[in-house]
Design a binder for this molecule. Structure first.
Ligand code: ZN
Ligand code: ZN
Length: 280
């Protein structure tokens, strides 16, 4: 048995529906999963309905935050998927993302590049629209020869078509998850700028560390396991799978995460009033 507590679905930028993810996880004999879409909890209930009693599906969400210009992702597990302040804040973050993409299209237009927002939205699908979708649209239209060129010429931070993104601070995200009865976990700390940033976020009241992740080396995993142990934090992990078709396709269940990680979350929910079910 194995668990995978970090998976993206079509509710954000993944290519598989929550139901398809559940089917794959069951087929691979997984014990527990969590659907952790960017700024969205709408995939949790359909996944739980599809899972029935065959698979434990824990509520999750991945919130993008900004720590002094560096991106920090915070996972929220065991949140109440009907919590009004949580849903309202996530909706605001998503609405601002659309506004930002529209603004970048406008800037491209004013640079003489003809591009329709409708085309960008079509590429993004139901997922969270962002710079990669603009880059794809520019490539499709032959404006650039590669997505990398689109970033270099237009979309990079500070580039001529770049518009800064609205993001919560790590402290805001942790508070938002906490008031929704969930536990905040620092996602893929190995992708944070440095360990000082990691320690800074830990001090804000994070409840766990994602020690196991596709992009972590064994050395990093060991380091974060030690860090979590020293501080009495929960340990989680997952593939961060976005489904087939992405730039680096990783499969559901492809990272070795001990079942104990899921058991510890369930225990945490029982002790702290966290939510295990999103459906009645
Ligand atoms: Zn992430
Ligand atoms: Zn992710």
């Amino acid at each position: 048995m194995a668990v995978d507590l970090h998976i993206h679905s079509t509710v954000s930028d993944g290519t598989r529906t929550p139901e398809e993810i559940v089917a794959t996880a069951v087929q691979r004999g997984l014990y527990a999963i969590s659907i952790t879409d960017h700024d969205h909890v709408a995939g949790v209930a359909p996944a739980q309905r599809a899972a029935g009693g065959d698979l434990l599906v824990l509520p999750g969400v991945e919130v993008s935050t900004d720590l002094r210009d560096a991106e920090v992702h915070i996972l929220g597990y065991l949140v109440d998927c009907h919590n009004e302040p949580l849903l309202a804040k996530l909706a605001e973050v998503r609405a601002r993302r659309v506004r930002r993409a529209r603004e970048m299209v406008k800037r491209l237009n004013s640079l003489g590049v003809s591009l329709d927002y409708a085309r960008v939205a079509q590429i993004a699908g139901e997922g969270s629209v962002g710079r990669p979708h603009l880059a794809r649209a520019l490539l499709d239209q032959g404006v650039v020869g590669s997505q990398a060129e689109a970033f270099r010429r237009f979309l990079r931070r500070g580039g001529p078509a770049y518009v800064p993104r609205y993001k919560l601070s790590p402290a805001e995200a942790i508070a938002l998850i906490g008031q929704a009865s969930g536990v905040a976990v620092l996602a893929h700390p190995g992708l944070c700028r440095d360990d000082e940033a990691v320690r800074e976020v830990l001090q804000l009241g994070i409840g766990g560390l994602e020690a196991y992740h596709t992009d972590h080396t064994d050395f990093q995993t060991e380091k974060y396991l030690r860090m979590a142990d020293e501080r009495g934090l929960l340990v989680t992990g997952g593939s961060d799978s976005h489904g087939p078709g992405g730039p680096i396709p990783v499969g559901v269940g492809s990272v070795d995460v001990p079942d104990a990680a899921a058991d510890a979350l369930v225990m945490w929910a029982k002790d702290n009033g966290g939510h295990i079910m999103a459906i009645g």
